[in-house]
Unconditional design. Structure first.
Length: 402
């Protein structure tokens, strides 16, 4: 019988500051923690975000102080740890930060097998930002890290092509992110959902009878927040839409922009827009469960966890092609919208015309898609099989390894 594999997940953060990368890795960790053949632990730089061990039940976690830039997160302690820890396999989540350097050094100096999951960080939109810094990181170690990796997990075939373009590496394993278990809710929230079941601190009573369009995530320019605000302003020129609908924006600023102020201005102008700041855990789940639609007009994604969470909650989705989830359109779980304000506005108008029965059908399609394609058990099984294959190959004599 094979011994338990000692696997170390290396993350940029174990708090909400890590965004979708951390959430995807957390769901993977929870799926792997119960598998008897794997001994799992997580390491990351320590940041200022709120950390709740209850979010990681059964998963040992260790964090290390970093110095310098909060975006790069250079941690001498993390490097020392990886150079000494007893592990059979390292699994890096995310790119362009110093945890990648720590994995590169441990893999190079200790010949540790390592897997890399880019999480959309090779998207053209991302590569165009901070070109000089990315060229430096790539030239010093990251391109070599990708080329020499024991395996690279991508979440879509498109991301596999981006991997080849960025590093020259063509071999990869396509395994999606894991979604939450589908919710029990039988369908989308009916019109007139009573305000007392909403979060009291964010609810405005005069929104009770409206359809809720929810944006949930980082307030980053790639997410299309500014364009969504422009689109909302445009569609609310229709007084009927303005009375029927409400925009709830949930997230935290990440980079330049004035989204909270713009949402507040929309609220003053139309009486139907609300910024509620970041929400996590049960509060985030409640927002998703009470929304009629999730709206994600993103310009660049790997595989957005927010969309998977919405489908699991039975919430229909409005999203762009850049969200890289075409199966959502094919299954009828999502409406396709464009990335600019006029195209987003047209998508909002289409959603507004849907009947309760049509929204219920979208909700059912989303839950079915999660169960069939993105279940935590299936994703964990695929990753565990990849771990075993990588570990077995690493144990082969060098002359027989391929």
């Amino acid at each position: 019988m094979n011994a338990r594999l000692r696997v170390l997940l290396v993350l940029p953060s174990v708090t909400a500051e890590g965004g979708g990368v951390t959430e995807a890795a957390r769901r993977l960790a929870l799926g792997l923690a119960g598998r008897p053949e794997i001994a799992l632990a997580v390491v990351a730089p320590r940041d200022g975000g709120a950390f709740d061990p209850a979010d990681w039940p059964g998963v040992p976690i260790r964090t290390f102080r970093y110095v310098g830039s909060s975006r790069y997160r250079f941690s001498p302690g993390l490097i020392r740890h990886l150079l000494a820890v007893q592990a059979d396999l390292l699994h890096l989540h995310g790119l362009w930060t110093a945890p990648g350097l720590a994995v590169f050094l441990a893999a190079r100096l200790r010949r540790l097998p390592h897997i890399v999951t880019p999480h959309g960080m090779l998207e053209p939109f991302i590569l165009r930002r901070s070109r000089r810094a990315k060229a430096l990181v790539g030239g010093l170690y990251q391109t070599a890290l990708l080329r020499r990796a024991s395996a690279v997990q991508v979440t879509t075939d498109v991301e596999g092509g981006q991997l080849a373009d960025a590093s020259g590496r063509r071999s990869r394993h396509v395994i999606p992110n894991a979604a939450p278990e589908p919710a029990e809710r039988p369908g989308p929230v009916p019109d007139g959902w009573p305000p007392e079941v909403w979060l009291p601190e964010v609810w405005l009573p005069d929104l009770a009878a409206r359809r809720i369009y929810l944006f949930l995530g980082r307030l980053h320019e790639k997410k299309g927040c500014a364009e969504l605000c422009d689109a909302w302003d445009a569609v609310c020129l229709d007084a009927g839409f303005a009375r029927r609908a409400a925009l709830v924006v949930c997230g935290w600023p990440d980079g330049p922009g004035d989204v909270p102020a713009r949402v507040a201005a929309l609220g003053l102008r139309h009486g139907n827009a609300l910024f509620v700041g970041p929400r996590f855990g049960a509060e985030k789940a409640a927002l998703l469960a009470r929304a009629h639609f999730l709206v994600l007009p993103s310009k660049s994604e790997g595989m957005p966890m927010t969309v998977l969470e919405a489908w699991a909650a039975g919430t229909p989705v409005l999203m762009t092609e850049a969200c890289r989830l075409p199966e959502g359109f094919a299954a009828g779980a999502a409406l396709r919208i464009g990335e600019d304000a006029p195209a987003i506005a047209e998508g909002l108008r289409v959603a507004d015309r849907l009947s309760t029965e049509e929204r219920a059908a979208m909700a059912a399609a989303g839950r079915a898609l999660v169960a069939a394609r993105f279940s935590a058990a299936a994703v964990a099984a695929s990753i565990a099989a990849l771990y075993r294959a990588v570990a077995d190959r690493a144990r082969m004599p060098a002359e027989n390894a391929s």
